[in-house]
Each structure stands twice: as structure tokens, then as C-alpha cells.
Design a protein around this ligand. Sequence first.
Ligand code: ANZ
Ligand code: ZN
Length: 799
Amino acid sequence: MAYPFKEIEPKWQKYWEEKELFKAAQESEKPKYYCLMMFPYTSLDLHVGHGRNYIIGDVVARYKIMRGFNLLAPMGWDAFGLPAENAAIRHNIHPSTWTETNIRRMKEQIYQWGIGYDWEREVNSSDPHYYKWTQWLFLKLYEKQLAYKKMAPVNWCPSCKTVLANEQVVEGACERCGTKVTFRDLEQWFFRITDYAQKLLDDLSLLKGWPERVKTMQENWIGRSEGVEIDFVLENGKKLPSFTTRQDTIYGATYMVLAPEHPLVSELKEAKITDFARKAREQSRLERASEGVEKTGIFSGKYVTNPLNGEKIPLWIANYVLPEYGTGAVMAVPAHDQRDFEFARKYDLPIRIVIEDPQHNLGASSLKAAYEGEGPQINSRQFNGLSNREGKEKIADYIEKKGWGRRKVNYRLRDWLISRQRYWGAPIPIIYCEKCGTLGVPQGDLPVLLPPKVEFRPTGESPLGQVEAFLKTNCPRCKGKARREIDTMDTFVDSSWYYLRYISAHLEDKPFLSGEVNRWLPVDQYIGGVEHAILHLLYSRFITKFLYDLELVNFKEPFANLFTQGMIYKDGAKMSKSKGNVVSPDALIAKYGADTERVYTLFLGPPEKDVEWNDRAVEGSSRFLNRVWNLVEKLKDSPSPACSKELKRLTHRTIKRVTEDIEESFSFNTAISAIMELINAASKEKEAPRETTETVLLLLAPFAPHIAEELWERIGNKPSIFNHPWPTCDEELIKEEEVLVVAQVNGKLRSRITVPADLSEAEVKEVTLKDEKVKKWLGGKQVQKVIFVPNKLINLVVS
Ligand code: ANZ
Ligand code: ZN
């Protein structure tokens, strides 16, 4: 018979709520611990995949309470944005109604999972009390000239005659009607994040608690390149600067290419050219930049001069040069750049080798592909014979000395486009006056409220433009007639600062109190999906650095430690409503209880990995919790026997393993299996000793809090178990039982490893793989086979 989870789960949920277990203390002797989960969009009915994120966070939070921290674990809602707006259009209700309904539902689900938050700090980004401060943030950036307006292309559906968000473009076509999406230029607002490119790059080194993978993704996104901007000369004597990272190849430049958007192109009036440029601009960026996609181009009829050798080379226009990078003009070196090579072959342009390929000594006409590697300079005048690395430096020096150009650092990072031609977002707090020009809304007039009644079906213009009462206003300076900006802000602006708002969520006259924020931040543990590894994290880092420069916060990085959990798959596909493969937690909780669902979710695999959900395997977790129940119930009615020496040792070894698994690697699945092993061993004894059962309950508490709390009470302890300290391991007890294992790689002795006696092959292997010496000899290779002699030897065979 199953244990009575239906009774105990609501009982303890209510208890924790009433006793305010998750309320962070304003004043406390205890050290602080800020545990933050990425706040969710409100577009969802939560499924078990979302649950993973909150459950992981809840384990950390409960564990930290037991470790004696003053815990802050807040929750809120990323409530603005397209999903709410689309759903509202579909169901013909207001996005705010839809959002509120969803929040209510999600809160209920979170509650049933037994997940605790300090709800008094709840924030909702679509609440005027919140977005007032998002608007304040915009104005601060505007004051510092870090918010500005310029023309930029937007996705445009020619059939629906509307602007599309990137999410609404599916494989280059309009999500709604399937028409091929084109581009249109609109005046839009940007944040000058590029001013912070170098700081964002440098300070990655401060983030010791971030996964390397995420740091690499950020580094690549920022994309720093060092090169030279070289001035080629047009026939009219004007300069045409071009950015290259390969100035060593300059004597191999056989033509020059402009982006179709380059200002020079618009001066060319020939129909063929304007026609080509228009078509190329309509192609997606991705299509234009990808290797292997056909490059197209057209000769401009003009020539430019290479300052280094005075050579005249033809000026082309091609789709593969992008306007936003470098100067939008590229010196093409077909012998050493694959895109240029393909283009040159297609249009029969000359190819000249200037770096020798040490492997193949081919003539230009027999080249099969560009040679992008290193080698000595040839056909490069006074630089011949130098290695191209040296050539790079010497040629850059020469260009600078002659005044033909300058060394330059370029970043791939672009300024952050924050304008949205949408209704459901924070209005951009700007006023246009015919006399006074563009003005920020005075802080005292914030928030600029979203008008509740709007025809928000997309028409091609921002919906706010159709609301007279919103649009028409008075100039804050001359009091004359003026109009408001009608675009709203990207929801990434809302989420770039919410972690600060939690600290004083109800403050009326400030976004946050610096003193308080400085006390609680940086966030000790941030947990969320890897899909946010780039944009959200980069934007949050940028905003924090900006506030640091304003001296409003005293930390440069908002998140000290980051954990990115993997996704849950079902039937081989990522769990999602659109795929129709979602598993709802509700039925599972009804059938097995929340604790089973939690334990199963954590037991599925390492939490940073993607894993496949299996409904049937949930039974296993349910059986495990029932065994715990029965074992402890047995204890209740019988006098507790003394703990056998072996069981005592295993108990302490388990404390050590579980603690290390949580602290070092979030390895909750192995932590749970260690607890399972202990339960198995304890079940073999005639009666369970009290020390072991209490330890089991304490170790289990963060993972399966309801059952742990209930049994804790049943064996005569005072709740809450979470006020009881986490058990500590008696090192002496387990030390005497350590053995020295010889670690070999391919039969050769490489290290000696001390491990607890009687570890299994898998456990010894795990430890051995972490040994630095062994790692060196494995050189990253996969282990093919393991030879294992318990307590003596392990031999890892690799090929
Ligand atoms: C000549 C050259 C020769 C180049 C060669 C490469 C290899 P990274 O390293 O990513 O910064 N480039 C510059 N501006 C461009 C633009 N707007 N659109 C497309 N391509 C552009 O890339 C720098 C290189 O990308 C530059 O160096 C330039 O091509 C190209 F054997 O210049 B290179
Ligand atoms: Zn005015």
C-alpha cells in the first residue's frame, strides 16, 4: 500500500507557508544566500520539463536553509511579450487577463510541487509598479547617450503588411501566412551595449562559477577581432576604408566588395545595380553569411586603388558582405578566403597566391579551395620570405607608418535593438516635440502607462499609434503639442534587471536601494535554461556594469555562480506543447505524489544533461519512497537498536557523498542513489537504528521534503526538519576504511588513488577519471574497457 502522500503533502505545504520557511530575513546573523531561478514567461501551463528547473532550485534552497544560511529565493513573472499578445488575439481577451489567469495557475502548480519561494517579493514585469522602473532604466541609459535611435531593418511580411518579430519568422517565412519575409527599414531604438564589449569580455574571467561552455558562447558572441582598417582609394580620390584581419594577404587582393547596403551603392543609379541591391537586401542575414550558400554579385563599373602596390582592382557589390560588420567593404583575397574563392571562380576574377601552402604547391589555376592556413609570404614585395605571422605585424606597421590605415579592434557584438512594434510591452518613455525635439519623459511622470483599450492586432504600425489619447501629449519643456513614442521595449530589457527588484519589490520611489542590493548581490546561485546562455545573461551583465558605472551598485557581475540545466525530452523530441509530447505534472502528482515526481525528475540523469522522460520509470521512485516510509515506520514502534559498525560507516560515507554531490556538482542523481543504497543496507538489518533513519531523512529532505518532514515528526522530532542542521560526516570513521588503489591507463601505472574501501567499479572509475595524472594520460579519449580488482586496482583501456 502506498504511503498517504495525499494527506501529508498539503499538510506540509501549508505548514511551510504559515511558518514562513522561505521568508528571507531582513536582518540576520546568518550569512546570506541568494538562490535565483530564471523567472518564467507566463505563456505556459507548466509541464514536467519546466518542473526540472524549479525542483533543482528548490533542492539548493532547502539544502542552504539546512546549512544555516539566510536564504533568499524569490519568484516572479516575465509577463510582457509576444506569447501573451498572440494568445490574447487568439482567445479574444486582453493580454493582462490572460497573463493573470496563467500566473494563478502556475503558482498553484508550483505550490503543489512543494516548491518554496519568498512570495512577498513577487514581481511581474507587466505591472506598472515594475515597468515604471524599466522605463527609468531606459531614461538613465538615454541620459548617458547609451540609448539612441537609428534606421534599422525589421522583418516584414508583404502579404500581412506587418512587422514580424524574429520568433514569428519560421524558416524565412511568415508564421501566419507562409509568405517569404522581406526587410524594411524603420527608425528604432538601440542600447549601446557595444561600448561595453571589452568589459563584457574581460570580466568573463571573474566568473569562476560559470560553465566554461557558456563563457565560450559569450566570448564568441562578443567576437573580438584584431586587424587593420585600410584605406583603398576611389577614382575620385575619396577613401574607401575596409576592415581586414588578414593584412598579410593584401598583395593578393584582386577585387573589392561592398555590401548592398553600403552608402556608395545608393549613389549608383544604374537599374541593374539598384535592382540587384534591392533583391540582396531582402535575403536573410543567415542566408547571406553562410558558407556553401551561393554568393551573388554585380560589378559596379568602378575601380579602387590598393595603396600598397598602386594596383587598380574592380569594385563589386555582393550579398555576402554584411553592412553591420567592419566598414561594409571587404578587400577580397580569393586565394586565401573561401567565400572570395567561390565568388572569384563564379565570376571569373583573378586569383593570386600570396601565402605558400607548405603541403601543396599548386598554381592558382589548379586550386580546389582557398588556403586559409599559415605559411611564408610570396608575391608580397619586400615582405616575401617572412612567415605570414610576422608579415601581419610588419605590414600593419608599414600601413600605419605610411598613413594608409590603422590597427583596429572590431567586435561582432551589435548594439541591442530594443524597439518593438507591439502592444504588450513597456512603452518607451520618449516624447517628440516639434519645437524642442526628442525628450525623455521626466521621472516624476513615470510610468508611461499602457492604455488598456487598444486594437492590438498587427497592422504594420505600432498599435499604440492608433490610440489618440496615448499618442497626443504635451511637451514637458515648452508645454506645447507633442507626441509620444509608440514603440514598446523588448522583454529582454524587463529581465535584464529583475534580480535587483526582488530585494525591495515594493519600493515606490526607487527601483532598488543600493545598500540593500549590495548586501544581497551578487546572486550566489543562478539556475536556468541554456537557451539563455547568450542574450539574457549578456544583457543582464551589461545593465549591471552600467549601474556600476553610475555607482548605484558596487558589484561588476550580477551572477557569481551559474547552473544551466538540460532539457527533458519525450519520444526523442524536446518536450513542448507544439510537439504534443508534454507530460503534465498534475496527473503524476495525483497518482504518486509530488515527492515521487521530484525524486524521479532529479534521478533521471545529471541535471545539466538533456534526458528522456519515461512515465513507467516513475514507479521506481515511488517504490523507493515507500521503502523509506516502511523502514521508518518500523522504527516508530520498536526500541532503536545500536547501529552496527558497518552500517554506521556506510551512513557517514553517504553523508559525505550526498554533501559533495550537492556542493560540488549538483549531481543530484548520484546523491539520490547513494541514499537508496543506504536504505537498502538499513532494510537488511532486523531493525533500523535511529541514527541511520534520521540521517536518511535529513539527506532526503531537500529532494523529497514532504515525506521527510512527516517521518521526522512521526519518529518524535520537532518540525521543521529544515530547521535541523545538515548532518556532518565523521571523517575518522570513514578514514580507517580507506584503501589505496593502483590506477593504470592501458596497463601502465599512472597514479595511486585513495578511496573508501569496498567501492563499486563505477564509483572507483568515477574518482579515477577525475584524477589529474590519469586525466593527462587519457588525453580526453573515451574509455573502452575497465579492468577492476576491488580495493586493489583499476585499469582503464583506451585506444
Ligand atoms: C581580407 C581577407 C583575406 C580576409 C583572407 C579573410 C581572409 P573576423 O575574423 O570574423 O573578424 N569581412 C570584413 N568585413 C566584412 C563584412 N562586413 N561582411 C563580410 N565579411 C567581412 O572576419 C574578418 C574578415 O571578414 C575580414 O578579413 C574580411 O575578410 C571579412 F585571406 O579581409 B578578410
Ligand atoms: Zn517642446
